[in-house]
Write a protein that binds this ligand. Sequence first.
Ligand code: PLP
Length: 1017
Amino acid sequence: MKLPIIGKETEEHSKARLANSYANNLIPPEKKNYLTDLKKSTGPFLAITDHNDETKYLMDAASQIATLGLGFSPSVFFGAAHYLSSWTNDSNSKEFHSIRKALTETLKRKTNWPKLDLTICNSGAEANEIALGYCYKKRVNENANKVLAFEGSFHGRMMITLSSTWNKVKREPFEWPGHETIYCTFPELETDLIHQSAPKDWRSFWASSCALELEIPKEWDKDSQIEKEINSLLEVREKIKTKEIFAILIEPMQCEGGDRYSSGRFNEALILMAKSFGIPVIFDEVQTGFHLGKEFFWHKEFNLKDDQDKELYPDYVVCAKKAQVGLVLSHNEETKKEELQVSSVIRGYLHAVALDQSQELIHNLEKTARVLLNDLCKKFQGKITRPRVNGMAFAFELPSAEITTEFINRRFDHGLLYYPAGAKTLRFRLNTSFTKGDIEFLFERLDQMAGEILNNEAPKPIKEIETRDRNLASIYEWQELLLLTKLKVLAGEKLDNEKFQEKIYSLFEKSTGHKIIRIDKENFPKWKDKIHQMQLDIYEPTRQTEIEKFEYCATSEKGQAVGIVQGDKLLAMSFSSPLSLNPFERGVRNDPDFNNPNALYMVDSTVGKELQGKGVGRFVKYALSAFALNDGIELINGRNRDRMAASMLSINLSLGAHEIMYMREDYPDFEKYRNVLYYTSATKFKTDQLSLSDAINSPLSNLDLTAENLSEQLPYLVNKVCLSNFVSPRFLDHLDSIKKYLPESLQHLYTTSGQSECVDKLAKSIWYNQEEKTNHMITFKGHYFGSGSFLSRSLSHSEDKFFDVTHLDHPNASNEQNVLQDLERVLKEKKTMAIWLEPIGSQTMERIERETLTKIIGLASKYGTKVIFNESAASFYRYDKENFLCSNIEGITPDAAMCFLGGQSGLCYMKEENFLAKPLMLISTWDGDEFALSNFHQALEIVHSDFEKFTEIRLEFTNKLLEALSNFEITEMELENGCGHFKGNISLSLARYFKKVGDRYLVIPSFSAMREFLGKE
Ligand SMILES: Cc1ncc(COP(=O)(O)O)c(C=O)c1O
């Protein structure tokens, strides 16, 4: 298929729309001038909206900076849509716990760690700051307060990760005195050859390098590379000896710094030395993890061993990007407080499995890229140099920073997106959707560009790209059919079975050009021999299934069987029967649903020779699932052999399958891969426990999930892109619409991936604009701002301080005067950057009275201190019944505020004087999440579409809750505007609705949760 490429007019079209959002400094003018159309984005190609409703494309050779391992709209990611918790962001659901376990198990296998604990958060910077926080808590030297990082590093843009980021342009404007990171030289390899032989006794030498005296053995043969590495290690040793260091943070390959490779030998020595001093090493695999390289984790290629030749592990591994969320991998269980987006975690899991299964393909991508890159270097000898290739990453060097900028400036003229790294490197991130032809196109364009820039040759213009048709429209049609039917079943609507089946037959024919039939007890005898023959034709004897098993599928009441037929030929088939009829299949008896008559086992899916490689297997399985849904089946479970059944596994993942058992050495044969993934996939949406305490994380519930909304949100659920660079017109519209609910003076925004990112961005923005620099802050005990960064933790937890924060008592009716006196005393004593507070505390549901807020604001302005509200709990009219936000109330508008929107999305809004409008100063990779932002926006619309009804329901809810509580001894209670808290002994069934913090129940239901409690829908 041919895809038209972006042109100047595409840019102008987007620019005009963006200009509206840049007007009056609503957001910093930093987005690329190409507004996305995610529904049409496919494989390596990002779809861009153009005038006259046209769509143009660009090739994303950065894979949205290593976030997209499978390309745009990969079928596997539709799997996330099959979990109701994805839509409601319910991280307490059973299905989410099951997925989380599957993800943990998958990562445990890939790290080969004996034990693995996972902390999930919102971004790469957060994950690093959480891992660093764990190290800080366990520091061996009481006074240690510095991170050791390497020149050329990039670890994110929160306060400490940014101080550990080498690039001065990014770091220096926000560097806080006393919190600077200590840097050592990164012993960069000239090439991508990470396997370097080590001198004799290398490991035992570094394993005892904490010795008082250390002398490098004279007999070590030292080339310039090893000398560099030894010098760097000695530098690190000197720094460790100062006892200031509490963690070493390193990228096994520096990405943003310029795709700078390091050797396994160096990393091995670094860990051994750090261990000898008791200092933890964190591998930042935010960009390299999840199979950028040849192995799932980059550091696994190092084959790290200790001085006893045992496998050597880093203390922490940190991932984000392709993990779709931030992940911290620890060896021991950590005390944590998480904030996460369920749909992203599920995509992260799906990504992990699908990428792991694609290892051979990734090796082939590397081979293709290496040949083409070497050719390019040869053709432009001396100008395009230092090719580095590993897995899906490749990079090369150009003669100067100016020439590198030229390559960046002209990239869109050639329909390409890629980024520079370091001063003179261009780096590329492929993904598994790139075909050989796509990679050839990329290199052909690079060749044209090089000719133009380096040799002054006129380039061949390009108008369209020829690429593989990835069947996207059909996949959407099937997925929407399945998901919308699931939704109907969830809503208790009766299915029109006949009509639904007709739809399945016709969609099958439309998407494959073939006819599908159901095979049952009536027609089984007709097809029996054909089924048997297909087995003989396709499988070797050990993998053939007995015909009786097929017969059970076709003849049992619940079994599901389909076939593609042409005349009397059988071309493909898929068979399943209840689990209980398959007790001899390994794993089936351990399946918790073994006795569930509506749980099926996938007995066989086979595509005959005639149709192999034509992509019909997917639709056969989709049709089988649809028929199962039609017949009230609940689960379809089965076994897929590691790697050898990769394409079937990927189809199952796209239907919402996840692993519940992993069986090692299950196939006793001589193939390389013998393990089996035993999966479960639900054909129905499953509801879980209603929560009346989770409005902040889950502004919507399944009651809000409509067919229209599901279809609209689907493309944003299957594609996570970098909002820091690429947004859709819908994203801008939603910001415009949210803006209307903010006080006029605060309509200057940054979007974020969560609460902690809000804190760090606000602090940076205010710091930047301060005339007299100070970073002392004041907050109140129990007020919460997230736990994903040193700064947010310093505010949220008085016992976990890292930065200079004064925690005063929470002001209430009995202590207000004292607290305000304390506040004034501190403000007088110490120049203070800001007072941070929650008008309603999200962890306590206690409020600060309006008069007190007025006084706090008055004092702050007297001493030139900013006031910042966290309105996550106060929003949605919870603080004041007439005002969406507390900051809307006249007289108590702060200087800046933040609101967590749920999922992976937060919003900072501030006065213009505190806003940093300069582009790209406050970005992160994702800058939030469009799916989550849209959910928040929908919740906002629902409340405002009938505000009277909202107020009525809130009152009814409060009354019903009060009535329920009146049966019990309640010792303390505060309920206002449908939210608050209470204490007392209540029945277990009532208690299940609430989150309990200490002895206090929190009441903070979303509008839909109130409706559900009232049994309104
Ligand atoms: C190695 C590394 N660490 C950390 C980060 C920060 O991740 P995020 O932007 O998700 O905070 C990045 C982002 O590019 C990265 O490449």
